[in-house]
Design a protein around this ligand. Structure first.
Ligand code: F6P
Length: 323
């Protein structure tokens, strides 16, 4: 390979810039040309592609978001869109792609690779941590710390006012952020899609908390929780306990922003480096991940299809320590 192009796609995640920097600088180190594609697969379709050198990624390792911008491309879902993208690869002489993103990004990358054969490697960048083949994804650690800081603040005011707070954290289909930020902030209960929850169990927790003299409580709820969203949960709780003073906080997109943590910067640097060296070794249609502190490559198909499981010990610990 001679020319590598890098893009970020799907929901942005803190540390994506550190990954872009690593891809560009590693390419440069090994004498490969590197191109940046702007706005995800849309930029590939539209030819929004610029040459990048070591200086185009100066001072970005500490920046949140992605300097290449991101998009969830509808056009890339169509055969016509992908054909245009391939034509752009051909006219720009791009022979390998590094796609930084989550499962949507990888699905697109895999289809494109299978249709047109452009050598492709994925780098897991999503705050959700829902990608198989890596212990953690880029952005997850930062998002956890952002959620933890926010919930700590909510706890202050919950305590002052003897209130119950339902706090929604991100995680469309996964409870990693909820479980870990919930443990770190001493949440009385944590509701995640991977576990079957019931209102009765939640009420039981409230009753136990009251018996043990707790005057305030924070319940951390993953966005993808099946029992209901924070509004439904709050309404049902109010019906059962009319005297409870209940409030809701939806942390939302603040969890996606901010300067990446040290762990995310290091992870992104290692995976960006791993993606380029992986391509040079001829790896294709795989994702670079970090497992037990080692660089590993997982077929993209597996990374999308399989799921990292929630640690059941953590769930148990959260229950024991909450009350
Ligand atoms: O996949 C990352 C994520 O932040 C999810 O946790 C969340 O459900 C989703 O993206 C939000 O997407 P958008 O920014 O398009 O609203």
């Amino acid at each position: 390979i001679k020319k590598i192009a890098v893009l970020t796609s799907g929901g942005d995640a803190p540390g994506m810039n550190a990954a872009i920097r690593a891809v560009v600088r590693t390419s440069n180190y090994f004498g490969l040309e590197c191109y940046g594609i702007r706005e995800g697969f849309n930029g590939l379709i539209d030819g929004n592609i610029t040459k990048m050198g070591p200086r185009s990624v100066s001072n970005i390792i500490n920046l949140g978001g992605t300097i290449l911008r991101s998009a969830r491309s509808e056009d890339f879902r169509t055969e016509e869109g992908r054909k245009k993208a391939f034509e752009q690869c051909q006219s720009n002489g791009i022979d390998a792609l590094v796609c930084i993103g989550g499962d949507g990004t990888f699905t697109g990358a895999k289809i494109f690779n299978e249709e047109f054969g452009i050598q492709t490697i994925g780098v897991p960048g999503t705050i959700d941590n829902d990608i198989f083949g890596t212990d953690t994804t880029i952005g997850y650690d930062t998002a956890l710390n952002t959620a933890m800081d926010a919930i700590d603040k909510i706890r202050d005011t919950a305590t002052s006012h003897n209130r119950i707070f339902f706090v929604e954290v991100m995680g469309r289909d996964a409870g990693f952020i909820a479980l870990n930020s919930g443990i770190a902030t001493g949440a009385v209960d944590i509701l995640i899609p991977e576990q079957k929850d019931s209102m009765e169990e939640l009420f039981d927790t409230f009753d136990k908390a009251a018996k043990r003299g707790k005057n305030s409580s924070v319940v951390v709820v993953a966005e993808g929780e099946k029992l209901g969203n924070v509004y439904d949960l709050s309404e049902q709780t109010k019906k059962k306990y009319p005297n409870y003073d209940i409030r809701i906080a939806v942390l939302g997109h603040i969890q996606r922003g901010g300067s990446p943590s040290c762990a995310d910067r290091v992870l992104a640097s290692r995976l960006g480096y791993g993606a380029v060296t992986g391509l040079m070794e001829g790896r294709n249609n795989v994702m670079a991940g970090m497992r037990s502190n080692k660089l590993v490559f997982t077929p993209i198909e597996e990374a999308i299809k399989k799921h990292n499981t929630i640690n059941k010990d953590l769930l148990k610990i959260s229950e024991i320590l909450a009350l």
